[in-house]
Write a protein that binds this ligand. Structure first.
Ligand SMILES: Cc1cc2nc3c(=O)[nH]c(=O)nc-3n(C[C@H](O)[C@H](O)[C@H](O)COP(=O)(O)OP(=O)(O)OC[C@H]3O[C@@H](n4cnc5c(N)ncnc54)[C@H](O)[C@@H]3O)c2cc1C
Length: 510
């Protein structure tokens, strides 16, 4: 049957960063054969932000949907596997000085239940082991620099995400998008034209004159050329919740080229935290901090000291500003904003590209279902706002739960921030030893993170009664950490060395 008639004939994507090319390839694939012309316009004078090197597991589905195997794209992008995120230095509670946010699968089910059971006992001040790290296979994979790909002799599974070079991933997606028929223009928008209704009709560029379209996707980064500057959609800052508004990034070589870690390390420093992301050829590092608490030079010095770079190291650092918050509406009139133009939650959980993916997928589904009209625009905007706000709540929880007292920054993060209703409810239930699983399930319609992720953060940061715990009675179902450890170490034998796996991919490509 022929596709229904559609008024949509030309889509213009403004911006050629990761968000622009992820949008281009997704639309080109979803709407192939519909006779819709997709053009991506980007400015070589402005360039892309060129950071953003970690993903969530959702990115697996992005490539699966496109029919692109890991071995096809990862070698192009110096890509590596990511089994989870480790958070040293956020909590000072004894036994909880570092915790691991795992990616998990059905192979972890038994010990997720065991962790939950132990947590319930510990909340009642019974001595039970509750550091999440012990209970998840992915922690052992990461610690032992393994790839999350089990050998053929086992039935084990491990979920995973990726690390990659932010520029190279854009190049890869660009090549594939062009193969799918996306048109590419290089030029800088100097003016935007609107109809009397306010709808955008086209953009002016010195290089291509007036470029017209029916629908516009604003992927112009923090500049938000179409959605904010033209359509004046208000921006809602998260500043009250999340103080960090700057970053300084600096790559370093691998200390031991034979070892390739399969985790992101997110270590708390004096006024923020530093990411450490292993790519095949280098390590990406960056200090995310609050400019109200530390200036750029001091932050750079602290980063260099943390990385143990001596005074002769000449590697130039990149200083970046971050606009943290979201638009009140991602879709306004005939314009949808995606990526940094739409909003940004600081990169602690590497969620930005996941939101890009969510936004595109939701838009494609809903726009099609509404017959290519803006019929359900308000519902779409509500859904996207919920995704943003719920991720913000989860990221915020890291700061709220910190117990550091070494700088005013950490004290303010814990004590001078408001609580959203959702976070207030979760903390109340947890602190009173209530049914957290029930509470999170109750809130599930507005949640982006699973109950397991919430258990891991609350338990992993050690938010428990501070009294010395009592010995468990014999009949109490306490899981011995040794049994979880042993079971995970047994599974670990079936997972290969990470460096060897990615080098194998590179070799197969040559
Ligand atoms: C410090 C930091 C760390 C991050 N870490 C992560 C992470 O680990 N994981 C993650 O998922 N995300 C992360 N992000 C976010 C990630 O970098 C972005 O989501 C991603 O790169 C997409 O950016 P973008 O395409 O929206 O914008 P950009 O890359 O900034 O692209 C904007 C595009 O718009 C074009 N443009 C702008 N103005 C005009 C104009 N007038 N005319 C024509 N073209 C124009 C530019 O030329 C460019 O092509 C991080 C961000 C920061 C700041």
């Amino acid at each position: 049957m022929d596709a229904p008639p559609t008024p949509l004939q030309r889509i213009l994507i403004l911006g050629g960063g990761t968000a622009g090319w992820m949008s281009a390839i997704s639309l080109a694939q979803a709407w192939a054969g519909r006779n819709i012309e997709i053009t991506l316009l980007e400015s070589d004078a402005i360039g892309i932000i060129g950071v953003g090197e970690g993903s969530t597991p959702k990115m697996r589905r992005f490539f699966q949907k496109l029919g692109i195997a890991d071995a096809e794209w990862m070698p192009h992008c110096n890509g590596t596997y990511k089994c989870g995120i480790r958070f040293p230095g956020w909590s000072t509670r004894p036994g909880f000085e570092s915790y691991y946010h795992p990616f998990f699968s059905i192979s972890d089910d038994q010990y997720i239940r065991a962790l939950y059971q132990n947590m319930l006992l510990r909340q009642r001040n019974i001595d039970a082991h509750v550091l999440p790290d012990t209970f998840f296979l992915s922690n052992y994979l990461a610690k032992n620099s393994r790839a999350p790909l089990p050998d053929a002799t086992s039935n084990y599974l491990a979920d995973y995400a990726f690390h990659f070079d932010a520029r190279l991933i854009g190049d890869f997606l660009k090549t594939r998008s062009l193969e799918l028929g996306v048109k590419h223009l290089v030029g800088t928008v100097t003016a935007v034209k609107q109809a009397e209704t306010g709808e955008i009709t086209g953009v002016e560029t010195p290089q291509h004159g007036f470029v017209a379209a029916d629908f516009f996707i604003d992927c112009s980064g923090f500049a938000s050329v179409l959605i904010c500057k033209t359509l004046q959609v208000p921006f809602k800052s998260y500043k009250d919740f999340l103080f960090n508004d700057r970053a300084v990034a600096l790559p370093t070589p691998h200390p031991d080229p034979a070892v390739l870690r399969s985790e992101t390390l997110s270590t708390a420093l004096k006024c923020g935290w530093v990411w450490k992301i292993p790519l095949t050829n280098r390590i990406g590092n960056g200090y995310v901090y609050s400019s109200e608490h530390i200036d750029a030079d001091t932050a750079e010095r602290e980063l260099r000291a943390h990385l143990r770079l001596n005074n002769v190291d000449q590697t130039e650092a990149r200083h970046l500003k971050m606009r943290v918050g979201r638009l009140e509406k991602a879709w306004e009139k005939n314009c949808l904003a995606i990526g940094l133009a739409q909003g940004f939650i600081e990169p602690l959980e590497a969620t930005a590209l996941m939101i890009v993916q969510d936004t595109i997928e939701n838009f494609i589904t809903q726009y099609e279902a509404s017959g290519f009209t803006s019929h359900d625009q308000a519902a779409f905007n509500r859904r996207i706002n919920l995704i943003f706000d719920s991720i913000k709540d989860y990221v915020f929880m890291h700061y709220k739960l910190n117990t550091r007292v070494d700088t005013p920054y950490w004290v303010a993060c814990r004590e001078s921030t408001p609580l959203s209703d959702s976070v207030a409810q979760i903390l109340e239930v947890w602190d009173n030893g209530g049914d957290l699983l029930g509470e999170i399930n109750r809130q599930s319609a507005q949640m982006s993170y699973s109950p397991t992720s919430w258990f891991c953060i609350l338990s992993g940061m050690g938010r428990y009664p501070r009294k010395p715990p009592r010995k468990p009675r014999r009949d109490m179902p306490v899981t011995d950490p040794a049994s979880a450890r042993q079971s995970c170490l047994e599974m670990l034998k079936h997972f290969p060395d990470h460096r060897q796996v990615v080098e194998g991919m590179h070799a197969a490509r040559l």
